[in-house]
Write a protein that binds this ligand. Structure first.
Ligand SMILES: Nc1nc2c(ncn2[C@@H]2O[C@H](COP(=O)(O)OP(=O)(O)OP(=O)(O)O)[C@@H](O)[C@H]2O)c(=O)[nH]1
Ligand SMILES: [Mg+2]
Length: 304
């Protein structure tokens, strides 16, 4: 989407409806849906990290800056709130509101409901749908719940992992192997005490061990939206990583990883239906029998 072309109200509503439709689409719906083809791919950036670390605040600020320079940006925020409580969704809306007022920006919160990996159902298709609309950048915000970081890795080009000083986040992340998923690590709320020390610890951790690739060194940046610190450095790191992706990442491999994630999303959901449909007698069978009964159900169970 070019700088001059802002989203009309009608387009905005149509896109919002399309995202809601995808959020509620069953496995059967998805299998029957016509393919969505994106003429060109958007730059995809994922922001992940523990609840309350400052993801929405940072995304809102960054999006505002980037849109002001003419980029068309879509933000998809995956919300862990149950479908019955709209609280967190409202929270995200308020925090991102200023950016959401920008006519070049499209924002949507979707509930992760029962998706086991902290994503929402059909998230891969939502991203493709946004891509087909022609946005230059797509931002995905997800709460880090261990599995989510790995899912987000499959879906975006650049993963930004946020951590908060003096919370033990760094140790947790290290234990869970989450640091390895990050392309850029942000010590968020760096105006708070302990930020510099945490940044230092993370820099040494990244240097001694978790380095995945010789070509890309994961930067560790202190950022505070409160005091507007570190935002330029973060944008420079995003640009540098975009360049690195262009030069080093194999487009075919990326496509295949995303295709695997997409089908896995459907099969995991179908498996949940299949397991729920097993009879008590089947559950009492020896493992091999139970296994093949489950596979049979996987094929025959209609997903709702
Ligand atoms: N001191 C300080 N507080 C901040 C900063 N950025 C965000 N916060 C505060 O941190 C709280 C959580 O911010 P959010 O942006 O909602 O965090 P989040 O990670 O999106 O939260 P969830 O989506 O609920 O997981 C809010 O009260 C923000 O005002 C910062 O740079 N400094
Ligand atoms: Mg948020």
């Amino acid at each position: 989407m070019s700088a001059e072309r802002a989203l009309s109200g009608d387009e905005r509503r149509a896109l919002a409806r399309e995202i809601s439709r995808l959020a509620n689409a069953s496995v059967t719906d998805m299998l029957a849906a016509p393919p969505v083809v994106a003429a060109r791919s958007a730059r995809r950036i994922g922001f992940t990290g523990p609840p309350g670390v400052g993801k929405s605040t940072l995304v809102g600020t960054l999006v505002e800056r980037r849109a002001a320079r003419g980029a068309g940006i879509a933000v998809l925020a995956i919300d862990p709130a149950s479908p019955y409580s709209k609280g967190a969704i409202l929270g995200d809306r308020i925090r991102m509101d200023r950016a959401a007022d920008d006519p070049r920006v499209f924002m949507r919160s979707v509930s992760s409901r029962d998706a086991q990996d902290g994503m929402c159902n059909n998230v891969a298709d939502m991203l493709t749908r946004l891509e087909a609309h022609g946005f230059d950048e797509i931002v995905l915000e997800t709460v880090g719940v261990g599995q989510a970081e790995h899912a987000v890795k499959a879906l975006v080009d650049t993963v930004v992992l946020l951590m908060q000083p003096e919370t033990g986040d760094a140790i947790q992340a290290l234990k869970a192997g989450i640091l390895e998923v990050a392309d850029i690590i942000v010590v968020a709320k760096s105006d708070l005490p302990g930020a510099a020390r945490m940044q230092q610890q993370l820099v040494s951790t990244v240097q001694f061990g978790v380095q995945r690739s010789a070509a890309w060194t994961t930067p560790v940046l202190g950022v505070s939206v409160e005091t507007s610190t570190g935002l330029e450095a973060l944008e420079e790191a995003l640009d540098a990583h975009a360049q690195w992706v262009l030069e080093h990442r194999d487009a075919g491999e990326v496509r295949h990883t995303r295709a695997r994630y997409r089908v896995q999303d459907l099969i995991v959901r179908q498996l949940e239906h299949a397991l729920a449909a097993l009879t008590p007698a089947e559950c009492d069978m020896p493992l091999a029998g139970l296994y093949s009964a489950t596979l049979d159900r996987l094929r025959s169970t209609k997903s709702g």
